[in-house]
Structure formats: structure tokens, C-alpha cells
Design a protein around this ligand. Sequence first.
Ligand SMILES: NC(=O)c1ccc[n+]([C@@H]2O[C@H](COP(=O)([O-])OP(=O)(O)OC[C@H]3O[C@@H](n4cnc5c(N)ncnc54)[C@H](O)[C@@H]3O)[C@@H](O)[C@H]2O)c1
Length: 422
Amino acid sequence: MVSARMAGNHSFPKMGIWNNSGQAGYNSQLRACAAPIRAPSNRNHSRTLMKVGIPIEVMEGETRVAATPEMVKKLCALGLSVLVQKNAGIASHFTDDAYHRAGAEVVDNAQALGADIVFKVRKPNSDEIGRMKNGAVLLSMMDLCHSDSTLDQLAATGVDSFALELIPRISRAQAMDVLSSQSNIAGYRAVLEAARLYGRFFPMMMTSAGSAKPTRVVVLGAGVAGLQAIATARRLGAQVAAYDVRPEVKEQIMSLGAKFIEFDLGESGAGTGGYARQLSAEAQSKQQQLLTDELKKADVIISTALIPCKPAPVLVTEQAVEGMNQGSVIIDMAAATGGNCPLTEANKTVIKHGVILCGITNFPALMPGDASAFYSRNIFNFISLLIVTTDGQLQMKDYLEDEITASSLVTYKGTVRFKDKK
Ligand SMILES: NC(=O)c1ccc[n+]([C@@H]2O[C@H](COP(=O)([O-])OP(=O)(O)OC[C@H]3O[C@@H](n4cnc5c(N)ncnc54)[C@H](O)[C@@H]3O)[C@@H](O)[C@H]2O)c1
């Protein structure tokens, strides 16, 4: 949808022959990657060459990279010049050579962070912000529910930043929706982790040495990750039941071949924008009691229940864990925000009451190849929306003109635009 619109509205100029130092290019790849481009139209910059920087991700355990070689080629075709930090793609198995062949220049950290537009997966730390320049544009996930000084520092440095998790979940923005692309991967990988930790078959198995019953999987929360977990567990042959506090997901759950666990809590859990809202204390306790009996029957629980910027709701009580069979598995995908089970320990796998509890907080990082490929496609579609051709030259559009860019713009012209919704 986005590319069709792009094709309709934008006519990109013939590529120039500039490399990153502004001199004539030394190979055809770099020539394709370096048209002269004007700086953002809403600033009075005199730069004529716009560079995109891809630094290495420094957060512990992060294996993703914000642009794959395939996307570098597309960025070059848009007329941008791409600077990839040495080894930025190594953890996701994209070599410097692959980036170079795609048209990027392989550079050091300071050059990648000093670019006109910086793509990142995780929000920059103070050191990284210190290497960014006044007037730069940052596209990244920003982890906005954890208040810290990141946005203040970005604004003070004069960086205009977009928090990609704030892209509105409207159909026009689906191809840019990083939350969906990464949650989808997480839901799939969580089920594989459960299958790895569970000491039994998922499908029913009949052999000459005996038969095995299918595993009973319960998925809690049927958003993007939960629905993918249901589909993956079904593909592995498990019997699946699922629960969500938003009643409208019943049909989606059933269409994937899972049973819908239904309770009357006396109030709706549906919040705004398709998200859940926090239940009253009374409804929460009723929900825990009703779920406890269902959960004792589960061999595997994949819990994905989240409420934006709030602690994760407790759905799996200690009593439910005690009632589960020895060797059962709980994959608590809400571990980063406190967990759906109070016994979960973030970033650890522990055994409590004979049940294996897994608190991995970054499942996409366990599938960095596809996670980076999807993320970088999302980011490419987003940057394509920001760039327009005027008088035969590529320019940045007015960020405030479009709902998608306006809603995700968190620092702008030296000020913090994001209003903390906690
Ligand atoms: N482009 C689009 O239109 C688009 C794209 C992606 C997602 N969406 C919608 O966005 C919404 C949020 O999806 P998400 O994956 O980001 O969700 P999420 O990660 O915020 O939450 C995961 C799930 O947990 C559920 N949950 C929260 N509290 C619960 C509780 N106490 N008990 C049981 N379940 C509980 C939520 O209802 C949600 O389904 C969904 O409605 C989804 O369909 C729309």
C-alpha cells in the first residue's frame, strides 16, 4: 500500500555520482547510493548530501540491526547515502562485505552516529546521543514507558526523533508497524522455547513404543504475539485454548483452531485503540480465581498479557503454578514489565514447584535475521513516507503534515513533544 502511494506521488531523480566525501564515486554500487539530497525542508540547512547512519546496537543481548543489506540497496535507490558501522550486522549474520556490496560505506561508530538520519533498534544511550549532531533525525524504538532523560537529551542536542512504537495502528501504517512485526516473531519464538523446555511431544504421537497425548497449551492474551503463539502451537500439533480480556478476539482465537476461555468479570477489559485497560481490583481478583482452575490443567502456558505502560496483570497465581503437573512450562512474555506470573524472573529460566518458568524479555533478538529484516522493512517504509521530491530534488516532508509521522515525532526543534501517558 505504501509503495503504491510512493510510486504515485514521488518521482525520484536520476542518481548522482557522489560518494560520502562529496567526490566522484569509486564504484557503481556507491554511485547508485549517493544522489545529492537537500536537508529537511523545515530547517535552513545548507547540506546537500543526506547520509543515513546504521550504528551497532549496544544494549546487552541485542542482536538486531536497524537495516539489512537488502534495505541498504533500497535506501540507495531512494537517493540516500548509507553509512553502516563496522560489524553492525554481525550478530544477525549480515557481513560488512554484504553491506558494502549493497552500496553502503562501512564506517566507525562516530561516523554512523554522526549521520543526518540515524536508524536504531533500541533507544540511544547518553554516549550515543553525545555523538549525534544538531539537526539530525533519529528513527528508533524508544521504550517510552520507562521514563528517563533520553528525550530531554535528544531535544537538547537538537535531534528530531521518531519513536516507531507510536506509529498509529491504522491500516495505512501496517507496513511500518514495528510493534506488530516484532511481536509476531516473539509469539512464534516463545512457542519454540516452550517446546524446547517441555520434556514431551507437542503433537499426539502413536508409535510402537507407546503413544503420547497432545500437549495442552493455554495462551493468555490474544494480541499480535498471542495469536501467533496460538497458530504456532497449533502447527506443532498441540491442543490450544486461549483467553483475553477483550471479548472481540473470540472469533480470531477460534478461527485459528483454539478454544476460547470465556468468563464474565462483570466489566469489560477493552480499552482504547484496540488495547486492554487495567481492570478494577475486584475484577482482577475474580479473573485470577477463575483462571486458576483452567491453568492447573495446562501443560504449557504462553502468557502475553500487557497493558500499555502499566505493570503486567497477574494472571498466573502461585496457586495455579502449584496445581500444574511437574515439568510443565510457563513462558512469561510479560517478564519485562513484572510478568503475568509473580514467580517469573526476568531474563532467567527457573524451576518453581516443579514448573519451568522462562522470563526471556527479548524474543526477537533470538531470531535476529528475520527480526532485523522485518524491522528494517518497517523503517524503510516509514522513511519513504518522510521523503518527497520537490523540483527534482529529494527533501524531507513537513513531519507534522501526516498523522503517522506527527504522532510518532517525540522530539522536535529542541523540545520534547511526547506527553507521558503513564
Ligand atoms: N494495524 C492494525 O490495525 C493493528 C496492528 C496490530 C495490532 N492491532 C491491534 O492492537 C491491539 C493490541 O495488540 P498488541 O498485540 O499490541 O497487544 P498488547 O501487546 O498490548 O497486549 C497483548 C494482549 O494482552 C491482552 N490483555 C491485557 N490485559 C489482559 C488481562 N488482564 N487478561 C487477559 N488478557 C489481557 C490484551 O487485550 C492484548 O490482546 C489489538 O487489538 C490488535 O488487534 C492493530
